[in-house]
Design a binder for this molecule. Structure first.
Ligand code: A2P
Length: 266
């Protein structure tokens, strides 16, 4: 990737320097990079991220994991050995250049939801990423009584940011007060023993998630829901929300749920 320094960055992107890389396991990693001071985004949005490959940008949509106030950017990615981008991106090191799209967008933002009681964030796999940004944005807490992160993964080691959400954030210098009062972490695992087993969809239907969190069942008159996961997950949770009487919010008309797919699968 050393040639990146000499390659011209296309105008649609900022060329930013990697400052930190963390490999959660063989299939998942996070990285941080510098952030152009003019880059603006709202918690929950995504941008095109990637690398220069053979003189051309190779990019995919990635949700920002970092909150809008952070002076750096952070992303969460899967590693796919034959994936066009992630097969390369997984090898980035501190000092390498990454492409960051200049125009973050997305529907998974608090502005697209009507005010409410509890904000439920339902994620599978890397669908957690936008919620990491949202739970570090004071605005999210200002608008809801409780903010619930329900993250379902296959194996325990895929629970990225588990310690951060459960322990570090409640002790955070600036956000600790909000998080310890309002943030509820509800992880579940489907293919390994874990105190909370099963898909979030099944667990909502059976009531297991309400037992886990001590919170009342989803009520469209009071609660709001954000979903981010695979296509199958989104289709299923969307049908569930519609069945329960929730209405999808958009950038034009706020509603009682919003969803976005967890983008990178290769
Ligand atoms: P499961 O192990 O029962 O398939 P994936 O890696 O396939 O994207 O899945 C990530 C997590 O999301 C897994 O725990 C998986 O459960 C769960 N999952 C996959 N599809 C759905 C769905 N349609 N509804 C709810 N959870 C799902």
């Amino acid at each position: 990737m050393s040639e990146a320094a000499t390659v011209k960055i296309p105008t649609a992107f900022f060329g930013e320097k990697v400052t930190w890389v963390h490999h959660w396991n063989e299939g998942l990693f996070s990285f941080r990079c510098s952030r152009d001071p003019t880059l603006r985004f709202v918690a929950g949005q995504f941008a095109m991220i990637g690398l220069m490959v053979d003189g051309k940008p190779l990019t995919r949509a990635y949700s920002m994991v970092s909150p809008p106030w952070d002076e750096e950017l952070e992303f969460l990615s899967i590693k796919v050995q034959d994936g066009p981008l992630t097969s390369r991106l997984q090898h980035i090191a501190v000092g390498d250049t990454v492409l960051i799209g200049r125009k973050p967008v997305g529907t998974l933002v608090v502005e697209n939801l009507l005010p409410g009681r509890n904000l439920w964030m339902l994620a599978t796999g890397t669908g957690l990423a936008p919620f990491m940004s949202l739970i570090r944005d004071p605005d999210t807490y200002e608008k809801f009584d409780r903010v619930i992160v329900a993250h379902t993964v296959r194996q325990v080691r895929e629970l990225a940011y588990r310690d951060y959400i459960a322990a570090e954030l409640p002790a955070h210098e600036l956000l600790g007060e909000y998080a310890s009062e309002k943030l509820v972490y509800a992880p579940s695992v489907t293919r390994e023993p874990f105190p909370h087993q099963g898909r979030i969809t099944t667990r909502l239907e059976s009531g297991a998630t309400y037992a886990q969190t001590g919170l009342p069942p989803l009520d469209p008159a009071l609660d709001r829901v954000m979903m981010c996961g695979s296509d199958a997950f989104n289709t299923e949770t969307e049908a569930m929300m519609e069945r329960l009487g929730f209405v999808e919010g958009t950038n034009h008309t706020p509603g009682t749920y919003v969803l976005e797919k967890a983008f990178v699968t290769k």
